[in-house]
Design a protein around this ligand. Structure first.
Ligand SMILES: Nc1ncnc2c1ncn2[C@@H]1O[C@H](COP(=O)(O)OP(=O)(O)OP(=O)(O)O)[C@@H](O)[C@H]1O
Ligand SMILES: [Mg+2]
Ligand SMILES: [Zn+2]
Length: 327
């Protein structure tokens, strides 16, 4: 069964529930699942730390376990047909749903060899340059029968974007000398930060036209409280009122035009956990606002940055002081 049929079955069975680890609106969950149901390529666009990776991992986590040959292509044992399997028999392994996830970090340095594969020179001497056994497979190939997660896709060079395109579009690729056609069956999920935060590289028009873009917003106040409850480590009690103030302080930075890099939900989680450490260090059973202020200094000083700060550290420090006063 192909990946698209697999995910369709899972969605038919569990509906929006497959995205339960991600806390957010049903509307967004529907957009994500609609793209997968249609068998199209997904682009999650949003600020850092809003759960894009978590969403993609939830999709993989919902997939059933499969039997696969222990080769780079994860061949189906029933119809194994890759160069490695053809060269000799392979052990059969069980791949758990959550492990059916291959991550590629987009960067300008990423090469076609990393992505698609390379020729092993030693094997090429032995078998000759046109024998498929000399080919050492790259990340895309390992994503066969798995989720292919491309983080920060916009940071890849245009050349690599085009290579990726060819695979997405035709499900096949050509490598060096070889006129080979590997059908890669994958669920494609990519991410990109909001444009104003992105680096110089952007998405090529051709790639843009082949991705369905779902924007992932910052969580609402209630959702962010739920994120802290579900994922925040809890060793010392944090009164509800204080938790809410932590969330509000972080949310404030996201609305502020002076802030270039706002406090992400990751920062909220950090403050929530650090304030408990500060409480613990003074032997208290419960975190206080003062503990939150100490936590904010640690958690925000390296994260926040202002849009037009002259002396960056001095001004960011002053901004954090203001946030702490408003707490
Ligand atoms: N909407 C959300 N639901 C559940 N957890 C969330 C949500 N947003 C953020 N988190 C939590 O915040 C942390 C960061 O999430 P994640 O790594 O998935 O974000 P991201 O968008 O991929 O970030 P980046 O852009 O930096 O790669 C995780 O611990 C995750 O549990
Ligand atoms: Mg991520
Ligand atoms: Zn194989």
């Amino acid at each position: 069964m192909g990946m698209v049929s697999e995910i369709r079955e899972v969605i038919a069975e569990r509906g929006l529930g497959i995205l339960d680890p991600w806390i957010g609106s049903d509307g967004k969950k529907k957009e994500v699942l609609a793209v997968l149901l249609a068998g199209r390529n997904l682009l999650l666009e949003g600020p850092p730390g809003v759960g894009k990776t978590l969403l993609a991992k939830s999709v993989a986590g919902s997939l059933p376990d499969i039997q696969a040959n222990d080769c780079s292509f994860n061949c189906d044992p029933e119809r194994a047909d890759c160069p490695q399997c053809r060269a000799g028999s392979r052990a059969v392994v069980t791949v758990h749903g959550a492990k059916r996830f291959v991550r590629v970090q987009g960067s300008p340095e990423l090469s076609a060899e990393d992505l698609v594969g390379d020729i092993d020179p030693v094997l090429a001497m032995r078998y000759g340059g046109f024998d498929l056994r000399v080919f050492s497979p790259g990340r895309i190939i390992k994503a066969n029968r798995q989720v292919l997660f491309v983080d920060e896709i916009n940071r890849m060079s245009e050349k690599i974007q085009n290579t990726l395109l060819q695979v997405l579009q035709e499900g096949e690729m050509t490598i060096g000398n070889f006129d080979v056609h590997f059908q890669i069956d994958t669920l494609f999920i990519s991410t990109m930060n909001e444009s104003e935060l992105a680096g110089i590289e952007t998405l090529s028009e051709a790639l843009k036209d082949r991705l369905e873009r779902v924007t992932i917003p910052y969580p609402t106040e209630e959702d962010e409280l739920a994120i802290l409850e579900k994922y925040g480590r809890s060793v010392v009690a944090v009164p509800d009122e204080i938790t809410r103030r932590i969330v509000r302080a972080c949310q404030r930075t996201r609305q502020d035009k002076d802030v270039a890099f706002a406090a992400s939900p990751r920062a909220t989680l950090a403050i929530y956990e650090l304030c408990q450490s500060f409480a613990g260090l003074r032997g208290a059973q419960e975190a206080s606002l003062e503990d939150v202020r100490s936590a904010m200094d640690v958690a925000l000083s390296g994260r926040l940055s202002l849009s037009a700060a002259g002396d960056e550290y001095a001004e960011t420090g002053a901004y954090i002081t203001k946030l702490k006063e408003m707490l």
